[in-house]
Design a protein around this ligand. Structure first.
Ligand code: E4P
Length: 219
């Protein structure tokens, strides 16, 4: 399973990139606003694309089909690695079908059901993004949706990749991997939490102290 960062913060992308394990980025308008705003979305996405050599999702804001198609074509032209995010509704689905036939890579966002995922897959979307945390927030089991989409896509050999999104904690990342998601996209804080374990810290401290004692260095 690939690990992607869910952020529009160039600083976070740069900080995470040094480990060489992040292979893509997802952004959305809320993350763009949270990153401080004031900069053109295109400029933010292009700076991220200069740091990470992998798919970078950038989201459309248009509501009607023609607007979505035009905006998506424009966003796709920003950089070869840009993937256009389109929310799944009737207009979104029509736009996804048309754009996919033109070869525009689409990440279908705001997926909350397997039916939505199947429609997006049939329409030719490259990715579907089930939102795990937001389903958990309303008392459903978000990861069950990831499992079901993976099962259906596997059974019928859909080429569409399942991108587990709206992950809120490191256990979600493990559960996404067990569910068979192709990609997990996570906030920077969740990525950082993947490193940590108190026993690792305690073990390192003890190894250092014992090593210094063995070598005669005063601890
Ligand atoms: C995914 O592409 C979305 O940007 C993101 O995962 C949404 O997460 P949230 O529900 O924490 O806002």
């Amino acid at each position: 399973m690939e690990l992607w960062l869910d952020t529009a913060s160039v600083d976070e992308v740069r900080a995470a990139s040094r480990f060489g394990v992040i292979s893509g980025i997802t952004t959305n308008p809320s993350l763009w606003a949270k990153s401080g705003g004031g900069r053109e979305y295109r400029d933010v996405v292009l700076e991220i694309a200069s740091i990470i050599d992998g798919p970078i999702s950038a989201e459309c804001l248009s509501q009607d089909v023609e607007g979505l198609v035009e905006e998506a074509r424009r966003i796709a032209g920003w950089h070869p690695n840009v993937v256009v995010k389109i929310p799944i509704d009737e207009n979104g689905l029509e736009a996804i079908s048309r754009l996919s036939r033109e070869g525009v890579k689409i990440n279908t966002t705001l997926i909350f059901s397997t039916n939505q995922a199947m429609l997006a897959g049939q329409a030719g979307a490259t990715y579907v993004s089930p939102f795990v945390g937001r389903l958990d927030d309303v008392g459903e089991e978000g990861m069950a949706l990831v499992r079901e989409i993976v099962e259906v896509f596997d059974r019928y050999n859909f080429p569409t990749r399942v991108l587990a999104a709206s992950l809120r904690h490191p256990r979600h990342v493990v559960e996404a991997a067990k569910a068979g998601a192709h990609i997990a996209t996570m906030p920077y804080a969740v990525f950082q939490a993947m490193f940590r374990h108190p026993l690792t810290d305690a073990g390192m401290k003890r190894f250092l102290e014992d090593g210094q004692r063995a070598s005669g260095v005063k601890v």
